[in-house]
Design a protein. Sequence first.
Lengths: 112, 112
Amino acid sequence: SQQGEEDPQALSIQEGENATMNCSYKTSINNLQWYRQNSGRGLVHLILIRSNEREKHSGRLRVTLDTSKKSSSLLITASRAADTASYFCATDSTREDYKLSFGAGTTVTVRA
Amino acid sequence: NAGVTQTPKFQVLKTGQSMTLQCAQDMNHNSMYWYRQDPGMGLRLIYYSASEGTTDKGEVPNGYNVSRLNKREFSLRLESAAPSQTSVYFCASSGRADGELFFGEGSRLTVL
């Protein structure tokens, strides 16, 4: 079964607005990762946050992690048309190294 | 730098036919993975190889076999294809157990 679940399933925003998506997971993790997938392409790694970190930034991306709630959020600020993609969270498990489990993803559409 | 290369990119099979999906990485990574992606399901792990010479089952291994031919190559074989195996298959590699995954561009398989 999938470890992570993203919310919402789909998001449509205007260029320049911020996009926020959430990920919930079930078991204890070592780290949580976010990936982007453009239509018809492979996944690209965006950011990794470890279980002992609460917040991490990378360019226009901000990721938070709340291990007590087993949840994470990805914020994309000042969105651009090029941010149109599906975004996936991926979690490992403290009991199963190497097995990265992906959620079903959030599809983000940025309107010009 | 090619990264992760998958072949073929597209394939149509008839039920009962067999085929092998090839994957090669040039990043000297120890770990390699095969995922399948179906609409609304996210990515599900089929098999993985933590290091050369080892392979382990993932979430959905039934109907598949794998071979870690050497450190660079990790192949996925469908012995008797079924329509339920129609999917997009992604190969990925990682340099560390808790590190980011590098994905290929995917192999789109249709089983009639």
